[in-house]
Write a protein that binds this ligand. Structure first.
Ligand code: ZN
Length: 267
């Protein structure tokens, strides 16, 4: 049974968050996870490219379609797109976990958001006569799910109804309270019709450092940070924090090597 300070409804969950529009830092963290492309739109000037990361026109040393290169301005790596060779299927999707302090009770509560972002780089008008140039493309960004972890009391998660996912084309469904705490990895990583399979999955670990600061969660975080890598990370952190929230006394005693099997993380 969850403690009294664990939110019971979607609106109680949302009280712990500021809207994304008021948090440019969070938006920036999500953008950082996006793939980078260098768009070359003139065959005669193949070394002039627009970098999707710093959004500047730059001079590339080498310009080969789909080859990976580095931006001379911002230093990011990305692939070169010669637009005349076609890039109709170029779609970037990311799901990024960002942690933060609760906007309501920062002393014993931390929160997380899974933010979905989608950029369809090739968009034609309805008559298929023109298309939007890359630098005018608007990126879709929305919070997919919200998590609140109350130390000693439990955790709660909201997600779109029917466990559906966001998309730039259809937006996202209304939020509902999830019966169990889980990551959204599998929902997004599986392809379905009309959706590309590829998605970048990320967790901003620096945001966890900030979120747990001055809360009791920091003791366990100090123990386990850096223990999880790559694909398992997102799932592992969500499970760890929800277990710490629920059973703090057990976690105080445990060391990380005892804790890992408990959350089902084996690699
Ligand atoms: Zn750049």
């Amino acid at each position: 049974m969850a403690g009294k300070n664990v939110p019971k409804t979607v609106s109680e969950v949302l009280e712990h968050f500021r809207p994304l529009e008021q948090e440019p830092d969070v938006v920036e963290m999500v953008r950082e996870e996006m793939n980078v492309h260098f768009f070359v739109d003139d065959e005669a000037y193949r070394h002039k490219a627009w970098c999707s990361h710093c959004r500047e026109w730059v001079d590339l040393k080498k310009s080969k379609h789909r080859a990976v290169t580095t931006c001379p301005n911002c230093g990011e790596q990305g692939d070169v797109i010669h637009t005349w060779r076609g890039y109709k299927n170029l779609v970037d999707r990311t799901l990024t976990y960002i942690y933060s302090k609760s906007a309501k009770s920062s002393e014993d509560t931390i929160t997380a958001r899974a933010v979905y972002m989608e950029c369809r780089w090739y968009q034609e008008n309805a008559q298929h006569t023109t298309y939007t140039l890359p630098w005018d493309i608007v990126t879709y960004m929305a919070v997919d799910s919200y998590y609140v972890f109350v130390y000693g009391q439990g955790a709660v998660q909201t997600r779109p109804v029917n466990n559906s996912r966001h998309s730039a084309r259809f937006g996202g469904a209304q939020q509902t309270i999830s019966k169990s705490i889980n990551d959204r990895l599998s929902v997004y990583a599986n392809g379905c019709f009309g959706q590309p399979r590829h998605i970048t999955l990320a967790v901003d670990e620096d945001s966890i450092d900030e979120a747990v600061k001055d809360t009791p969660f920091r003791y366990v975080w100090d123990e386990i940070s850096g223990s999880f890598t790559d694909r398992g990370t997102m799932r592992a952190y969500i499970q760890v924090f929800s277990k710490i929230a629920k059973y703090p006394s057990r976690w105080r005693r445990w060391q990380k090597w005892e804790a890992l099997p408990v959350i089902g993380y084996t690699s």
